[in-house]
Design a protein around this ligand. Structure first.
Ligand SMILES: Nc1nc2c(ncn2[C@@H]2O[C@H](COP(=O)(O)OP(=O)(O)OP(=O)(O)O)[C@@H](O)[C@H]2O)c(=O)[nH]1
Ligand SMILES: [Mg+2]
Length: 407
C-alpha cells in the first residue's frame, strides 16, 4: 500500500467479541456482524487509517493530500487490517476453524486482540450472563494458542534440525529462519528470542521441552506484538474487568466498537461532524435524524466520549502502529520552499516508516532508484542539509536530492 510500508494489523480473538464490528468501524468496509459465534468464516481485509496531527498548520500552508487524507488538521494515513474467524481453545490442534484462522494471521505484523470486557460471552463465544465470564482467561488462552501453533510448526522436525545444527556447527538461526519466514518472522526476532530465553544457539539439541516452549513464547511476543482492545465498554459489567486487564503485561485500550461504527456511519452520511478518534461530535443535520437516533448518539456522548475521551477504536489502530510497531510519520516533498511535489501538490504524501530509519534508507523506501542515486536530504523546517546516516524524526518534512531528481 502506498506510503504505509505495508504493515498488516490482525484483528483476532475468540468468537463474538466484536472483531468484525471493530474492523468495520476502523475501515468502514462492510463485514458481517451478528450475536453468535463464527459469524466470520472468510477473513475480511480492508483499509483503515492511522491518525496524526498534520504538519500543514505548523507550516501555515494549505495541503493537497494524495496518498492520505487531511480533515481539519488531522492527517489520516491508510493502513491495512485483516479481520478473521474467531479462535477457540484447541484451535492449534484444529478445533473450531483451527489452523485456517492461524494461517490467515501469518502475515500480520501486529495483533489487535479484541476481548469482550463485559464478560457476556463464554470461552467459545456463546452468550452468557453479563459478567459471568472472566476475560483474563481469554488473554491467557490466546497467548497459548498462538505459541502452540508456532511450536507445532517447528516441532515437526525439531530433533533433526537441532542435531544437524550441532554436528555441522552452523547454529540454529538459519534453519529456524527458513521455517519461520512463512509466518513473517525475521532472523533478528529469532535471535532476540533465543537471547531472551537465555539459550545456547549452538547447542539446540540440549534444549529441554520447557526451554523450547519458553523460546517459542518469547518469539511470539517479539515477532507478533499484541495489544488488548477491551471491547463492549458500554456494558456495565465491563469497567471492573478493564481495571483487571490493565494489570496484565499489555497495553489495554477500552473500546466500544459498536459506538465507533455508529459514529463513523453517521459521519459518512454527513449527519454528524466527527473525525475518527475525536473526543466529541456535532450533530450537523438534526432534521435528518429521528428522535431515537439522536438519543442513541447522545448516549454515546454521555456514556463513552465524555467518560473515556474517545471510543478507543482509532486509539487502538494508532497504538498498534506507533507503539507496537514503532512507526513514525514522514512527509516527503520535492520543493522545500513550497513543500510540494513535481505537480505542485503541497504535502501530498505521509509515509509511515520504522523509527530509526535514516535519510538514505527512506530514499530507498520511496523508490529504489532514488536510494541508488541519493546525494543528500534537506530538512524543510530549517532548510539544512542532512547526511545519509541522519535518523529521521516523527513529523519530518524531507526532500531527497539525488543525482537524477528531487523527491
Ligand atoms: N454492547 C456492545 N456490543 C458490541 C460491541 N461491539 C460488537 N458488539 C456486538 O457483539 C456481537 C458480535 O459482534 P461481531 O463483530 O460479529 O463479533 P466477532 O468477534 O467478529 O464474531 P465472530 O465473527 O463470530 O468471531 C454483535 O452482536 C455486535 O453487535 C460493543 O462495543 N458494545
Ligand atoms: Mg466476525
Amino acid at each position: 500500500m502506498p506510503g504505509s510500508y505495508s504493515r498488516l494489523l490482525g484483528v483476532i480473538g475468540k468468537p463474538n467479541t466484536g472483531k468484525s464490528t471493530f474492523f468495520s468501524a476502523a475501515t468502514l468496509a462492510s463485514a458481517e456482524i451478528a450475536n453468535y459465534p463464527f459469524t466470520t468464516i472468510k477473513p475480511n481485509r480492508g483499509v483503515g487509517y492511522v491518525r496524526t496531527p498534520c504538519v500543514h498548520s505548523e507550516f501555515r500552508v494549505q495541503d493537497n493530500p494524495n496518498n492520505s487524507l487531511c480533515i481539519d488538521g488531522v492527517r489520516l494515513v491508510p493502513v491495512e487490517l485483516i479481520d478473521v474467524a474467531g479462535l477457540v481453545p484447541g484451535a492449534w490442534e484444529g478445533r473450531g476453524l483451527g489452523n485456517q484462522f492461524l494461517d490467515e494471521i501469518r502475515r500480520a505484523d501486529a495483533l489487535i486482540h479484541v476481548v469482550d470486557a463485559s464478560g457476556s460471552t463464554d470461552c467459545e463465544g456463546r452468550t452468557c450472563k453479563p459478567g459471568e465470564h472472566d476475560p483474563i482467561e481469554d488473554v491467557k488462552f490466546l497467548e497459548k494458542e498462538i505459541t502452540m501453533w508456532i511450536a507445532s510448526i517447528l516441532k515437526k522436525d525439531w530433533a533433526k534440525i537441532a542435531r544437524t545444527a550441532e554436528t555441522e556447527k552452523k547454529g540454529i538461526l538459519v534453519p529456524l529462519e527458513e521455517r519461520l519466514t512463512g509466518l513473517g518472522i525475521k532472523r533478528s526476532s529469532i535471535f532476540a528470542a533465543i537471547r531472551k530465553s537465555e539459550l545456547n544457539a549452538d547447542k539446540p539439541a540440549s534444549w529441554s521441552d520447557e526451554d523450547f516452549l519458553r523460546f517459542v513464547d518469547n518469539l511470539r511476543r517479539i515477532s507478533k506484538p499484541m495489544l488488548i482492545v477491551a471491547n463492549k465498554i458500554d456494558l456495565p459489567t465491563a469497567e471492573a474487568n478493564v481495571e483487571r486487564l490493565k494489570k496484565l503485561d499489555y497495553t489495554v485500550i477500552p473500546t466500544s466498537a459498536e459506538a465507533e461504527l455508529g459514529l463513523r456511519r453517521a459521519a459518512e452520511k454527513k449527519l454528524i461532524e466527527y473525525r475518527p478518534g475525536d473526543a466529541e461530535f456535532k450533530i450537523a443535520r438534526p432534521g435528518m435524524l429521528s428522535p431515537g437516533q439522536i438519543n442513541a448518539l447522545e448516549v454515546i456522548r454521555e456514556k463513552i466520549l465524555l467518560k473515556l475521551g474517545s471510543t478507543g477504536v482509532q486509539e487502538a489502530v494508532n497504538t498498534a502502529y506507533f507503539k507496537l510497531l514503532n512507526m513514525i510519520t514522514i512527509y516527503p516533498v520535492e520543493d522545500v520552499e513550497h513543500l510540494s511535489n513535481h505537480n505542485g501538490k503541497v504535502l501530498p504524501d505521509a509515509y509511515l516508516i520504522p523509527k530509526g530509519t535514516t535519510a538514505h534508507q527512506f530514499a530507498y523506501i520511496i523508490h529504489t532508484e532514488l536510494g541508488e542515486s541519493f546525494l543528500y536530504a534537506v530538512d524543510a523546517r530549517n532548510k539544512t542539509r542532512i547526511g545519509e546516516d541522519a535518523v529521521l524524526k516523527d513529523g519530518d518534512v524531507i526532500s531527497i536530492v539525488s543525482t537524477r531528481r528531487r523527491a
